[in-house]
Design a protein. Structure first.
Length: 479
């Protein structure tokens, strides 16, 4: 298998386009928003599409799918004979041994990978991302109260410790290890990965990568750690990761979870918050990678129901269905909506400056500049002054530094891509939609004029830390 992906059609690889159409339609019906999708069978791309403003070349925050990268880095170390699954965690962190109780002393790498640490509570990425002190200290401060290996409890903290172990044993971050040991062989593009204040890859989250990058990692696991003639991960590691070898005993109701691969029906799935999904189907020699904004995590269920179950039945493959699917992929866009009513309170070249009253988001000043075909919004807060250019009844693609961590699960970049539009919902209510093509989140912002006040409201599509910010009330100071 070459680094360059080859392309085919569903019918040429034995898949009816009808099944993929049904999957896409069902996702739309359930309001699960696909941002990008790539489907491969027999190591060939049979379908690929992106919803504007999300694009093939724009990396997307993949949340906990990052754990698959962390565990793959651990797999590289395992393949090289540098670590063993039964290694004690404290062998790598002797500085925490003195205060360790009997449970922590028994904790192994396998327990971390299978999310069975025995800690009192789980740790999420949004808890640690704002943390400027040691994440290692924060992890080991959470009490260990159960026998390691006895009970499943999902925690990104376990993945951070896995990342730290890989770095201590190899002298390289997980990011560096994958870029050196895997990327050149499987054609993985350059991607970003957040680090802790200690300079360790975040482990449980923090990777931004394209749909194709997700699919390439899935292909590596589908092909038992082999790319072409080169064995990059031992088949033993892949089978452990997928739970085909030494699966964990499970209590009633516990998910079939191994090294961040879950197994349901025909599918092994490694995923992230809001439906970032890489699914492999060994029986069908298939990989499906998807970035989405889906709070109900429908992907695995619908892949099984709409694509895999029908594939088990004999059907006539119709060329016309491929043409329908191809055209549907070309038409995918989230930008064909949102138009103004006829009457607008503000039009023409005009600037409005607003001084907000006391507010918990630390907003000092905001402003709106109305031009013929766009509205420029600016906001000054403790991070600086931030701008969003929104097309009036159309979309403008650009960049922004807009503060949003409190809405976006504590993801906040100094600069990020944005596509924004503005439209008049009523005579005195201006709406904006801000989409960030690098993540699942997008914001709705409304401005309502009442006498000498403007009421600004901002809320997010996905239910993260806070679905909606408190209304900001500002006094109008026209310039």
């Amino acid at each position: 298998m070459n680094k360059e992906l080859t392309y085919s059609t569903p019918e040429e690889e034995g898949v009816s386009s009808e099944y993929i159409i049904n999957f896409l339609n069902e996702m739309e019906k359930r309001e699960a928003e696909i941002h990008g999708i790539m489907i491969l069978r027999n190591n060939k791309v049979i379908f690929e599409a992106y919803n504007e403003p999300y694009r093939k070349e724009i990396p997307h925050i993949v949340h906990s799918f990052t754990k698959c990268f962390t565990n793959t880095a651990a797999g590289i170390a395992y393949t090289k004979g540098l670590i063993k699954l039964e290694d004690k965690v404290l062998d790598y962190f002797p500085e925490y041994r003195e205060a360790a109780n009997e449970y922590l002393q028994k904790l192994t790498i396998r327990n971390l990978l299978t999310m069975r640490s025995g800690q009192e509570r789980s740790i999420g990425g949004n808890e640690w991302r704002p943390l400027k002190t040691s994440w290692l200290d924060a992890y080991f401060k959470v009490p260990f109260v159960k026998e390691p290996g006895s009970e499943f409890m999902y925690s990104s903290g376990n993945s951070y410790i896995t990342s730290a172990i890989v770095q201590r044993i190899t002298g390289k971050t997980c990011h560096q290890l994958i870029e050196e040991e895997l990327a050149p062989y499987i054609g993985l593009e350059k991607f970003s990965w957040g680090e802790s204040p200690e300079g360790i890859c975040s482990g449980g989250n923090g990777v931004s990568i394209t749909v194709e990058g997700m699919a390439r990692l899935g292909l590596l696991y589908l092909n038992q750690g082999k790319w072409g003639e080169k064995q990059l991960l031992s088949a033993d590691w892949v089978n452990l990761a997928l739970g085909k070898k030494d699966p964990q005993p499970r209590k009633a109701g516990e998910k079939d979870y191994n090294f961040h691969w879950t197994h349901t029906g025909d599918i092994w799935c490694s995923d992230g918050m809001f439906g970032q999904t890489c699914a492999i189907v060994p029986e069908q020699n298939m990989v499906i990678a998807i970035t989405t904004a889906d709070s109900n995590y429908l992907e695995t269920e619908l892949i099984q129901k709409e694509i895999l179950d029908p594939m088990k039945e004999e059907r006539n493959f119709a060329e016309k269905m491929w043409n329908v699917l191809k055209n549907k992929g070309l038409r995918m866009s989230l930008e064909n909506k949102n138009r103004s009513v006829s009457n607008k309170m503000v039009s023409g070249n005009r600037e409005i400056e607003m001084e907000p009253f006391e507010n918990e988001d630390r907003i000092e000043k905001t402003g709106l500049e109305f031009l013929e075909d766009k509205v420029i919004f600016w906001m000054k807060d403790n991070r600086g002054t931030h701008f969003v250019e929104a097309g009036l009844d159309c979309w403008i693609h650009g960049k922004t530094s807009m503060t949003g961590g409190y809405l976006h699960h504590q993801y906040e970049m100094d600069e990020m891509k944005i596509a924004a539009c503005a439209y008049w919902k009523s005579e005195n209510v201006l709406m904006m939609e801000w989409r960030y093509p690098e993540m699942a989140f997008f914001d709705h912002v409304s401005f309502e004029w009442k006498e000498d006040r403007v009421y600004m409201k901002r809320w997010v599509n996905m239910n993260s830390q806070a679905l909606e910010r408190p209304v900001v009330t500002a006094k109008i100071c026209e310039s």
